[in-house]
Design a protein around this ligand. Structure first.
Ligand SMILES: [Zn+2]
Length: 530
C-alpha cells in the first residue's frame, strides 16, 4: 500500500458519525420528544462528539420545524442536518430551519426501487431522476453541504442507482447515502453494493459514501460495518439503536466495534479507522435518550445494557481477578462507567453534592441545584447510600420538566386485603388544590382513578413500567408511563423511593405533557420512512 502524501487529509481514516436519533429515532411510535428534550439530547450529542446531528424533518410540522431551528441556533460543534423529500416546499423548510447553524446540511431523498416508484410514488424512473436532480440543485442553492439518499437503495436496480447517483453528484451532492430502508440486506451483499458503487459511479471519489441500515433482521450494525469496510466513510445511526420497527444501527455498537478492533479496521491500511466520538460519554448519552424517550434498554443489550459488563460466572470472575483481559474485550471505563463507585449519603453537604454533580458533567442553574439538592436530602434521609445513578435520575427529573399544570401535593393509598384499595389525592392546579378519592383494582389503579377525577382527563394508558434505579429495598423507583389521546402518545416519568408515588407522579407528568401539546392545537406530523 503506498505511503500517504504529505498534507493529505486524514478524512479517509475518519468515520463520520451521523446521528439521526432526533429524526429517524424519534419516529419510533411513542418516542416523541418535546423541543426542550430534543435540545437536551442534541447538546449531549455534541459533547459525545458526533459529526452530524440530523435534527428533524422540518416540513412535517411546526414543532419539527421549531425543534430543528432551535438545535441549529443553540448547538455548536456538529453539522446540523435537516431532512427533506424531493419537493420544493420540503427543501425550503429544511433550508430555513437550519439557517442559524454554523455548519449545515440539507439531506434530500427519493425512492428508487421499482416497488416504491411504482406503488408509492406512481412515477417512472425518468421522472424520479429528474426530481432528484432538481431537489439537489435547489438544496445546493441554499447550502454547500448536500446529502442525497436513494430510498430503498438496497432493493433498487444497480444500473439505475449508478445513473441517479452520477446525476446528483453533477447537481452538487457531496454525501451519498445508501439506505437499507426495510432492513432486508445481508452484510456480504451490502458490502458488495458499496464497493460496486465506489468503483462504478463517476465522481464518487470526491463524495462521502454513507450507510443507513435498519435492524429488521438484526444486522443493521453488521451491514453498516460491512459498508465501512468497503469504502463508506459516514455511518448513520441512533443512540441505543432507537428507531421505528426494529430500529436503526446502534451508534454505540458501531463506534465501539471500530474502537475495539483497530486490527481489523486497520487491515491493509496505514492507520486504523477512527471516529471523533468521546467514548466516555456513551453511557451517559444512552441513559439520557432512554429516559427521555421512555424506551428502556434491554439488560443484555451490547455496550449499554445493564449486564453488558457484568461477569458473574465463576470461571470468568476468577479469570478476571487474575487478568482483566482474559474475558473483557472492553473496559467499562471506556464507555464512561466509573470503575470505583462514589457513594453519597445523609452526611453529604451541599458542597459535596454540587461537586459530584459537576464531576458527573451536569451544568445546572442555581435554581436547579437548589431543587435537586432538596430532593437529594429527602432521598438521603430514606436511603442510606445515594449512588451516581440516583443523582442522574434526580437531576434529569429537575431539568426536563414541562410546565407543572398539575402537581401532586399529597397521596394516600389504603390497601386492605379484604376490600379494594382506595386512593385520595390533593393536586395543585393554578392557585387552588383539587381533592379526589377513588378505588381501583390495585393501589396504582386507585391512584390513577383519583388523578383522573381530580384533573378531569382520562387518557388511555398505553404502557406502564417501573424500574429500580439501583439495587436494594430502599432503591429509588422510576416509573414511566405512556398515555394516548387524539392519536398522540405522551410519556411521563416520576421518581420516588415509593413506587406508588413514583407511578402517580409519572401519570401526572404525562398529563402535563398532554395539556402542553393540546394548547398548541397542532396537527400530528407527517412521518416518512427512509
Ligand atoms: Zn431510516
Amino acid at each position: 500500500m503506498p505511503a500517504k502524501e504529505v498534507g493529505e487529509t486524514d478524512m479517509e481514516d475518519k468515520i463520520i458519525i451521523f446521528d439521526t436519533t432526533l429524526r429517524d429515532g424519534e419516529q419510533s411510535p411513542g418516542a416523541s420528544l418535546s423541543i426542550a428534550e430534543k435540545l437536551e439530547i442534541a447538546k449531549q450529542l455534541a459533547i459525545l462528539g458526533v459529526d452530524v446531528i440530523e435534527a428533524g424533518f422540518p416540513v412535517s410540522s411546526p414543532t419539527q420545524f421549531e425543534a430543528t431551528k432551535q438545535v441549529a441556533e443553540q448547538v455548536t460543534g456538529p453539522t446540523v442536518a435537516a431532512l427533506a423529500r424531493a419537493h420544493e416546499r420540503d427543501i425550503e423548510a429544511a433550508g430555513k430551519a437550519i439557517e442559524p447553524a454554523r455548519k449545515k446540511r440539507i439531506h434530500t431523498f427519493i425512492a428508487t426501487s421499482p416497488i416504491h416508484m411504482e406503488y408509492k410514488l406512481k412515477k417512472t424512473s425518468d421522472e424520479v431522476l429528474k426530481m432528484a436532480v432538481e431537489a439537489v440543485k435547489h438544496a445546493k442553492s441554499l447550502v454547500d453541504d448536500v446529502e442525497f439518499s436513494p430510498e430503498d437503495a438496497c432493493r433498487s436496480e444497480m444500473p439505475f442507482l449508478i445513473e441517479i447517483l452520477t446525476a446528483v453528484i453533477e447537481a452538487g451532492a457531496t454525501t451519498l447515502n445508501i439506505p437499507d430502508t426495510v432492513g432486508y440486506i445481508i452484510p456480504y451483499e451490502y458490502g458488495r453494493i458499496i464497493a460496486e458503487l465506489k468503483a462504478k459511479v463517476p465522481g464518487i471519489d470526491k463524495c462521502i459514501i454513507s450507510t443507513h441500515c435498519h435492524n429488521d433482521l438484526g444486522m443493521a450494525v453488521a451491514n453498516s460495518l460491512a459498508g465501512v469496510r468497503n469504502g463508506a466513510r459516514q455511518v448513520e445511526c441512533t443512540v441505543n439503536g432507537l428507531g421505528e420497527r426494529a430500529g436503526n444501527a446502534a451508534m454505540e455498537e458501531v463506534v465501539m466495534s471500530i474502537h475495539t478492533r483497530p486490527d481489523f479496521f486497520g487491515k491493509d491500511r496505514d492507520r486504523p479507522l477512527t471516529t471523533n466520538i468521546n467514548t466516555k460519554e456513551i453511557h451517559r448519552t444512552s441513559q439520557l435518550v432512554s429516559r427521555l424517550t421512555g424506551f428502556l434498554i434491554q439488560p443484555n443489550k451490547a455496550i449499554v445494557g445493564a449486564n453488558a459488563f457484568a461477569h458473574e460466572s465463576g470461571v470468568h470472575v476468577d479469570g478476571m481477578l487474575k487478568e482483566r483481559s482474559t474475558y473483557e474485550i472492553m473496559t467499562p471505563e471506556t464507555i464512561g462507567l466509573s470503575g470505583s463507585r462514589m457513594v453519597l449519603g445523609r452526611h453529604t453537604g451541599r458542597h459535596g453534592f454540587v461537586d459530584r454533580c459537576k464531576q458527573l458533567g451536569y451544568k445546572l442553574t442555581d435554581d436547579q441545584v437548589e431543587h435537586a439538592y432538596q430532593r437529594f436530602v429527602e432521598i438521603a434521609d430514606k436511603k442510606k447510600e445515594v449512588f451516581d445513578e440516583d443523582i442522574a435520575v434526580l437531576i434529569n427529573d429537575e431539568i426536563h420538566i414541562v410546565e407543572h399544570t398539575y402537581e401532586l401535593k399529597h397521596l394516600r393509598v389504603v390497601i386492605d386485603t379484604e376490600t379494594t384499595p382506595t386512593a385520595s389525592v390533593k393536586i395543585k392546579f393554578k392557585d387552588g388544590i383539587i381533592e379526589a378519592q377513588a378505588d381501583g383494582d390495585g393501589p396504582v389503579d386507585a391512584a390513577y382513578e383519583a388523578i383522573k377525577q381530580a384533573t378531569g382527563y382520562s387518557p388511555k394508558l398505553e404502557n406502564y413500567s417501573i424500574r429500580a434505579v439501583t439495587s436494594g429495598k430502599e432503591a429509588l423507583g422510576e416509573a414511566t408511563v405512556k398515555i394516548k389521546s387524539d392519536g398522540r402518545t405522551h410519556i411521563g416519568r416520576g421518581v420516588s423511593t415509593d413506587i406508588i408515588e413514583a407511578s402517580a407522579k409519572a401519570y401526572i407528568d404525562a398529563i402535563n405533557r398532554m395539556v402542553a401539546v393540546q394548547g398548541t392545537g397542532e396537527e400530528p406530523e407527517v412521518k416518512v420512512e427512509l
